[in-house]
Write a protein of this length. Structure first.
Length: 331
C-alpha cells in the first residue's frame, strides 16, 4: 500500500513509499483510510523533537488523525464490525494515518460522528481530545472561570475555544483581527489582535491559559493568571509529570532540568505550569462525537489536499497560517 514514512529525522525525512498492509492483532481494527488530519505534532515527530521520549523504529508511517471504514476486526473486538465508519487518534508508537490502511487498538477508536463527512471527522480526534483533556482532566475548568486560548484560529485553538465555552467559561483568545468574527461565533468573548495589542497589557486574573506557541509567549502568559492559576503548554518544555505519563520515571531528572526555568518563574509568580501531551482515548472520543452530532461542537477546516500532495499540506500547516485543520483525502 502507499504511505508516507519518516525515513530519517529532519525536514527532508518524509517520503512516499510502498509498504506492506498492516496485520491487525487480536484487539485491533484494520481501517481503510478515507481522510487524515495534519497536525503540528506531525512536524515535531518528523523532525525528531520527541525522539528521546517516543522511540519510533524508522522507517515508520507518520500521521496522528484518521477517519475511515473498518475492513477487518481482531478476534477480541466486540464494539466494531466490518463496514463501520470510524475515527481515531491512534496511540503513540502506533501512529500511521498517512497510509491507505492502518491497524489500531480498538480502545483508541470511536464511531465517526454521523453528522460529519470523513474529511470533517479526520479533523476532530487529536484536537478534540487535547481540548477536552487539557480543560477537563488537567485544569478542571468550571463554569464562570476565565480561560485564555492562544492562536484561537488554529486547529487546536478553534476547538479549545468551543470546548471552553461549552463548559461555561469566559473565553479570551489571541488571533488576527480578520478572524475575530468567526471566533466570536465559535464562542470567544474577547479576541485580542496579537499584531497590534500585547495580551498581557489588557488581560488579568485568568484561571487558565492554554498555550500552543511556547517561548516568550508562554512566559508572558504566566503574568495574566490569578494566584494559583494554571498555564498549560502543548509545545513544552516537558515537565517531570510527562515522564510518568510515558511510564519512564528515569526521565524525570532530565525533564525537570528542561522545564526548570518556566516552573521557577511560575512559582515566583504564585501560579502553576503544566506540560500537556494528549492521550489516545476511544471512550472520550465517542463522547465528543456526541457533542459534534448535537451541534455543541463543530469542526473547523482550513483546506483539504489530495493524499499525493501530503508534503504540500504539511508545509501549509508548518507556515502557521491555517485557520482550522488541514486534511488530506484518499478516494
Amino acid at each position: 500500500m502507499k504511505a508516507f514514512v519518516v525515513e530519517s529525522y529532519g525536514a527532508d525525512g518524509l517520503r512516499s513509499a510502498d509498504v506492506p498492509e498492516p496485520v491487525p492483532g487480536d484487539r485491533d481494527v484494520l481501517v481503510q483510510v478515507r481522510a487524515a488530519g495534519i497536525n503540528p505534532l506531525d512536524k515535531m515527530v518528523r523532525n525528531g523533537e520527541f525522539k528521546q521520549l517516543l522511540r519510533y523504529e524508522r522507517p515508520f508511517v507518520l500521521g496522528h488523525d484518521v477517519a475511515g471504514v473498518v475492513t477487518q476486526v481482531g478476534a477480541s473486538v466486540r464494539r466494531f464490525a466490518v463496514g463501520d465508519e470510524v475515527c481515531a487518534r491512534p496511540r503513540d508508537l502506533r501512529i500511521g494515518a498517512f497510509a491507505e490502511s492502518i491497524a489500531m487498538d480498538s480502545d483508541d477508536v470511536a464511531h465517526k460522528p454521523r453528522s460529519l463527512s470523513f474529511e470533517e471527522a479526520a479533523a476532530v480526534p487529536l484536537v478534540a481530545l487535547a481540548a477536552w483533556q487539557a480543560l477537563v482532566d488537567v485544569a478542571h475548568v468550571e463554569a464562570g472561570q476565565k480561560i485564555l486560548v492562544h492562536a484561537g484560529a488554529g486547529g487546536l485553538g478553534s476547538t479549545v475555544v468551543q470546548v471552553a465555552k461549552h463548559l461555561g467559561a469566559h473565553v479570551a483568545t489571541t488571533a488576527r483581527a480578520e478572524n475575530a468574527e468567526a471566533l466570536r461565533k465559535l464562542g470567544a468573548d474577547e479576541v485580542i489582535d496579537y499584531r497590534t495589542t500585547d495580551f498581557s497589557d489588557v488581560l488579568d486574573g485568568y484561571d487558565v491559559v492554554l498555550d500552543s506557541l511556547g517561548g516568550a509567549n508562554l512566559e508572558k502568559s504566566l503574568s495574566v493568571l490569578k494566584p494559583g492559576g494554571l498555564a498549560i503548554s502543548a509545545v513544552g518544555p516537558p515537565d517531570p509529570a510527562f515522564a510518568e505519563q510515558l511510564g519512564r520515571s528515569a526521565l524525570k531528572p532530565v525533564l525537570s532540568l528542561m522545564s526548570r526555568k518556566i516552573r521557577k518563574r511560575a512559582k515566583r509568580l504564585g501560579v502553576r505550569y503544566s506540560f500537556f501531551f494528549m492521550r489516545a482515548n476511544g471512550t472520550q472520543l465517542a463522547e465528543l462525537a456526541d457533542l459534534y452530532d448535537s451541534g455543541a461542537l463543530r469542526p473547523v477546516l482550513d483546506r483539504t489536499f489530495p493524499f499525493d500532495d501530503l508534503p504540500e499540506a504539511l508545509a501549509h500547516v508548518e507556515q502557521g497560517r491555517a485557520n482550522g485543520k488541514v486534511v488530506v483525502t484518499l478516494g
